[in-house]
Design a binder for this molecule. Structure first.
Ligand SMILES: Nc1ncnc2c1ncn2[C@@H]1O[C@H](COP(=O)(O)OP(=O)(O)O)[C@@H](O)[C@H]1O
Ligand SMILES: [Mg+2]
Length: 262
């Protein structure tokens, strides 16, 4: 894409999906914090969709008890605009429903993908908090996203699982924009090491490396904020992990503008 049409397309409806192979690596926390950071650095309206169908818990981390959720939208009970709420931190949220136990059949999955596409026509930026792993839903949503952020930590299992996600994404979306976020790193150098090992494996076995979207340091204020059910950027805006996510948000926005202008 080029010229004005390209810029428009990249500004309207950019979908960023947040994935990981292994669970418990910080996807939900990052999705919330990144949504707030993007609003704060001027991205415009940001919609966060809790698309973790099995263990939706964005609402729990935020300490809210939403009236409507994604399940209601998919079932046709609630229009999208009515299910979305505006959080005090400035972003919009389409909550998920945890433990419903419902398996998405093919028709529901298509409705979910259509809901995401519809949201991307109304919000300039849509963030998807995905479930861990490589289920049909995650692969479908990751492949449809404009950018896939794959989270990994220093744990070897998290890295091998991140590699598996990347490998499938390359298959599902050849040439797609997947980037690594090294989360919970002891320091910037440790984050770089996480990235280099994945990058080397991707280059060696998949024919192309993987860019580093950013490093987020391990920070005791992250679990503290989650325990208080308050967003980190509200509670501790200058703590290391908050600074790292703010930097990640700026880099994401900058790359969107570059792509649009290219
Ligand atoms: N940068 C970080 N520093 C410290 N703890 C973190 C960091 N990122 C995530 N965590 C911790 O990891 C745990 C899992 O986070 P969560 O967002 O629920 O992961 P996921 O959605 O991938 O399952 C949380 O309890 C959180 O405190
Ligand atoms: Mg989660």
């Amino acid at each position: 894409m080029n010229g004005e049409a390209g810029m428009q397309a990249s500004r309207m409806g950019r979908v960023v999906a947040i994935a990981s192979g292994k669970g418990g690596v910080g996807k939900t926390w990052l999705a919330i914090t990144l949504a707030q950071a993007l609003v704060e650095c001027g991205a415009g309206p940001v919609l966060l969709i809790d698309a973790d169908h099995g263990l939706a818990n964005v609402d729990v981390q935020l300490g809210i008890d939403p009236r409507h959720d994604l399940a209601g939208v998919l079932a046709g009970r609630v229009p999208l605009g009515e299910a979305v709420l505006r959080h005090a931190a400035g972003f919009d949220l389409l909550p998920g429903r945890s433990g419903s136990g419902a398996v998405l059949d093919a028709a529901m999955l298509e409705r979910l993908a259509a809901t995401v596409a519809g949201a991307a026509r109304l919000w300039p930026l849509v963030l998807l908090d995905l479930a861990a792993g490589l289920g049909t839903v995650e692969r479908r949503l990751a492949a449809a996203a404009d950018t896939l952020l794959i989270l990994a930590t220093e744990e070897p299992t998290s890295l091998t699982d991140a590699y598996a996600v990347l490998k499938l994404h390359r298959r599902d979306r050849p040439g797609g924009d997947a980037r690594l976020v090294a989360n919970g790193a002891a320091d910037a150098a440790a984050g770089q090491r996480i990235w280099r090992s994945l990058d080397r494996a991707a280059l060696g076995f998949l024919g192309a490396g993987v860019p580093l979207a950013g490093v987020v340091r391990r920070d005791p204020r992250v679990p503290q904020a989650i325990r208080h059910q308050t967003p980190l950027l509200t509670r501790h805006p200058t703590t290391p992990a908050a600074e790292d996510v703010a930097r990640l948000a700026q880099a994401l926005l900058a790359s969107a503008t570059r792509r649009g202008a290219a």
